[in-house]
Design a protein around this ligand. Structure first.
Ligand SMILES: [Zn+2]
Length: 180
């Protein structure tokens, strides 16, 4: 998750999709269950061996009778893995029909190191993940409660526990949402 070059138009399109997902999930909490969301969309979620070369992966196919998989690396923290799973879900919701994502028509692959994908597709998946895990309105509400502390590590750690994402994610999100 970093500063993006995405156009406002594309951001709005992604936000519309995220909001739809949150509405369907009847989500009104602070920490969405990304594994459950993946399961409900036909994906099984697996931990990869610690020496796996990738942090995360999504393997999907449009016909339903084969296993659709989202994988994450076992030795990362739960907070890190939630972002990876949300990022991979972003590829599913945003790019499943994208040609660059589609090998031979039926398979759609992505790996977290994404040799085959353009930077902008990666940024889109990151933007999707940040908004899924820390929806702007809810995020700013929590920042407001914490007040000035959110500028400091202690406040950011608190937000990190509330949203179940890493403090680094929180820091970036504070910048992205113009929280101050
Ligand atoms: Zn990716």
């Amino acid at each position: 998750m970093k500063d993006t070059n995405l156009t406002q138009k594309r951001k709005n399109e992604i936000l519309t999709i995220v909001n739809q997902i949150l509405r369907i999930a009847k989500f009104n909490g602070r920490s969405i269950d990304v594994v459950d969301l993946a399961n409900k969309n036909g994906f099984s979620v697996f931990g990869l061996k610690e020496d796996a070369e990738i942090d995360g992966a999504i393997i999907g196919r449009k016909d339903k009778d084969i296993l659709n998989i989202i994988a994450y690396k076992k030795n990362l923290s739960e907070k890190e893995n939630r972002f990876i799973i949300a990022h991979e879900l972003g590829h599913f919701f945003l790019h499943f029909d994208n040609e660059k994502f589609n090998f031979g028509g039926t398979f759609a692959y992505a790996y977290h190191d994404h040799r085959n994908l353009s930077k902008s597709l990666e940024e889109e998946a990151d933007f999707f993940a940040a908004n899924l895990l820390m929806p702007k309105d809810i995020f700013l509400e929590e920042v407001k409660k914490i007040g000035e502390l959110a500028r400091y590590k202690i406040g950011q750690n608190l937000l990190s526990d509330i949203f179940n994402v890493t403090p680094e994610c929180i820091k970036l999100r504070l910048g992205e949402t113009d929280a101050f």
